[in-house]
Design a protein. Structure first.
Length: 93
């Protein structure tokens, strides 16, 4: 995780599935997002399941009114994100 005055970068690597739910939820609870944008870096993500997609929504809820950006999604993952209309909920780069 990297933090600046304006952004919090959270890198998600490997498998993003139900086995990570509690750890991811705990990490989100520790974030201080006041007046900062959340960047979810998926450039090193190899697998995501429906629970992983749900965790992205949890991250959006934690960020409340602040912007959340998904960055570095591989083409196949990007297509999945578009199919489930995450482009309307997140900024996808």
């Amino acid at each position: 995780m990297e933090e600046t005055d304006k952004e919090v970068h959270l890198r998600i690597t490997g498998r993003f599935d139900r086995e990570l739910f509690r750890d991811f939820q705990d990490r989100l609870a520790q974030l201080d997002l006041r007046d900062r944008k959340l960047i979810l870096d998926l450039s090193e993500l190899s697998v995501i399941d429906s629970c992983g997609l749900g965790m992205l929504l949890v991250a959006r809820e934690v960020a409340e009114a602040h912007a959340v950006t998904i960055r570095g999604a591989a083409p196949d993952l990007r297509r999945v994100l578009e199919m489930v209309n995450f482009g309307t909920l997140f900024e996808i780069e």
